[in-house]
Design a protein around this ligand. Sequence first.
Ligand SMILES: *Cc1c(COP(=O)(O)O)cnc(C)c1O
Length: 391
Amino acid sequence: MSIEDLSDDTKVIKTTTRPDPETGAINPPIQLSSTFAQPDLDHFGKYDYTRSGNPTRDVLEESIAALEHGTRGFAFSTGMAAISTAFLTLHQGDHVIVTSDVYGGTFRLVTQLLPNYGIDYTFVDCDDPAALKAAFKPNTKVVYIETPSNPTLKVTDIRQVVQIAHQHDALVFADNTFMTPIFQKPLDLGVDLVLHSGTKFLAGHSDILAGLIVTKTKELGDAIYFIQNAMGATLGISDCWLLLRGIKTLSVRVKAEAANALAISKWLQAQPIVEGVNYPGLDNFAGHDVQFSQATSGGAVLSFDVGTEDNVRKLVKELKIPVFSVSLGAVETILSYPPKMSHAELTPEERHACGISDGLLRLSVGVEDVEDLEADFQQAFEKIGVSQLQR
Ligand SMILES: *Cc1c(COP(=O)(O)O)cnc(C)c1O
């Protein structure tokens, strides 16, 4: 039985647990060595310097490659380091199409850094085939997508984007942070390169920052390896180990979190104060059918609208269980307010245009008891004074 034949529930364990032939230790050691002794002048070992390769990092990179069904994985110091590295495959004079609902840090990189290197961009709603086709230029090399999007959970049809991009000889890069390989495998849908903020679900405990890339072809893998080594934004070895530890429980965590997210989404929908819930797992959500044609779950992130900033203020003050902070994908439930956090750089008009209303909150649901979470929201809604008892 090879690793490829295993289900993800087994793979997260078998790719991160490797008994050492010498000692029997079941976990890979944290190889804190920047340099590696070489046998002699004519023979060099597999490792020479940790920026170029390290045994602990190798285990992590092989694990994520196996989970994403790619040829090769790469670990970086942050999600943004991974994303920057992916964009560095472009050259002066190239053009990139980026989905309009992109992560704020990616937006900043694309709009404020890439132009300095002669790389041109167009933002487009990648789920609108006509708009996407119209955005191509003769020098378009990459289409960059993220689905579901943040914080409105808009779903993009990955197969459709791949088909259009490949017809135009462009590659597709997909940020798979929100879904994780447990729920969505973009490479199987034709995507060429997958990105992760490992900081979120993969690490899973709001402790480390990390980024990952997985490539589909050997050629793209070689190109990324060259840039990883040349730029040097590699993940520290202790953090590689912590990320491996996170991956062991990835599958059980995200499934429990997604089940909680579905239950809370349904519950929130029934609350009078809530004007709308964005969650791809809800049958009546616009992107539901596309989501389930390309992923196996709605995920663990949702957003909902409580009408006004004033209601948001009161809610944040009254809630006891969720932590109010940026970030997502952790064992603890995280509530954030996109207008003042992830999307603070947008003007109110820009925010409203992409569906980020003044009453919109994003919830990354953790592994707590879902009835405790609902009871907490219930008591907070009651204090705001607009909720009626539902249960
Ligand atoms: C957090 C995040 C990033 C950036 O990752 P960092 O680890 O914070 O650098 C990129 N994409 C998405 C979707 C994210 O949520």
